[in-house]
Design a protein around this ligand. Structure first.
Ligand SMILES: Nc1ncnc2c1ncn2[C@@H]1O[C@H](COP(=O)(O)OP(=O)(O)OP(=O)(O)O)[C@@H](O)[C@H]1O
Length: 299
């Protein structure tokens, strides 16, 4: 990723029902009405760029350019910050939004230059958004970030929690990516087998949503079946998931919840689907309804 510019953005879909992601979306909506810089913080692949583009979409700047500048790519950022380029770049971006990805990837002197550039951008009516997968407060404590940039960037922060802390989003995202990949790859995959779903829900996802997306892409390319099984995931996320997050002994109610979710995702949540899930789990329909309520299984 280097730089890319989007002038006409379709509304980014922010998938996930967890409280964490819904709150982040809400803060984005509010921040869209302001002009101050916003720092998106969160581990790699959590959705910082997606939320930054969503903020642009929700703002009055929609229709003007949204430009991504990757600070991890030396050529990209050097070329971008060079004084001979800045004037024409800012003229082109006037009224739009600039997103600087991974600001901590810059050297301290580059960070100082970036902060000065951001002020110039603001003066030309360009909204500045910044992203960091490293905790800038710790970096400040360690004096590993330029102090001016730190104070500039932290005027407003939006934190996106890692996927392992918002497990409610995992199957929402899986369903969303499967649907999109079905269209792209012309497949008819309906979901994950209960075993694969168990791996998905217990795995730690260190690469977050991006890793989940890539795992599903690989699995969908591999499979010719209607359901993605554990063996399709072996290469990407390990045979048995992440043992750190999937200890040998699992609380029984967690196991019950996983099986319930697996059955419903397999058979669907229509009345017919619920009847089939209840049959497969060898419980009555009334018991299934009780458990759905108890574990708050809405899908
Ligand atoms: N909540 C979400 N709903 C739908 N897609 C998502 C969501 N979060 C992330 N994605 C998708 O996951 C991928 C990674 O997201 P994104 O690039 O925004 O992460 P990032 O935190 O900016 O990554 P990096 O740390 O590499 O800069 C993208 O394809 C993005 O569209």
């Amino acid at each position: 990723m280097d730089t890319f510019v989007v002038s006409r953005l379709t509304k980014p879909a922010i998938v996930g029902s967890s409280k964490d992601i819904r709150q982040a979306v809400e803060v984005c909506r509010k921040a869209a009405r302001e002009n101050s810089p916003v720092l998106f913080q969160g581990e790699i692949g959590v959705g910082k760029l997606l939320l930054a583009s969503y903020l642009h979409y929700e703002s009055s700047r929609l229709g003007k350019p949204f430009l991504l500048v990757d600070c991890d790519s030396e050529e990209g950022i050097r070329e971008f910050l060079s004084p001979e380029n800045s004037e024409s770049k800012l003229k082109f971006l006037k009224g739009g939004t600039l997103y600087f990805r991974e600001i901590a990837g810059l050297t301290l002197s580059e960070q100082a230059r970036l902060q000065r550039f951001c002020l110039l951008a603001e003066a030309e009516d360009v909204r500045v958004l910044l992203g960091s997968s490293q905790n800038v407060h710790l970096l400040m404590y360690e004096k590993a970030i330029d102090a001016e940039l730190y104070h500039y960037a932290t005027q407003r922060e939006i934190y996106i929690a890692p996927l392992r802390q918002r497990r409610d989003d995992i199957m929402d995202l899986a369903g969303y990516f499967i649907k999109r990949l079905n269209q792209r790859l012309r497949k008819g995959v309906q979901g994950l087998t209960p075993q694969a779903e168990e791996v998905f829900l217990s795995y730690g996802w260190p690469g977050n949503v991006e890793e989940l997306r890539q795992s599903l892409t690989r699995a969908m390319i591999l499979t010719a079946e209607s359901f993605i099984g554990r063996r399709h995931l072996a290469e990407s996320i390990g045979q048995a998931g992440d043992f750190l997050h999937n200890p040998d002994v699992m609380p029984l109610d967690r196991m019950e919840e996983l099986l319930l979710r697996s059955a419903l995702s397999r058979y669907g949540t229509t009345l017919e689907g619920k009847k089939r899930a209840a049959r497969a789990l060898n419980i009555s329909l009334a018991t299934l309804y009780n458990k759905v309520k108890r574990y708050n299984v809405s899908k």
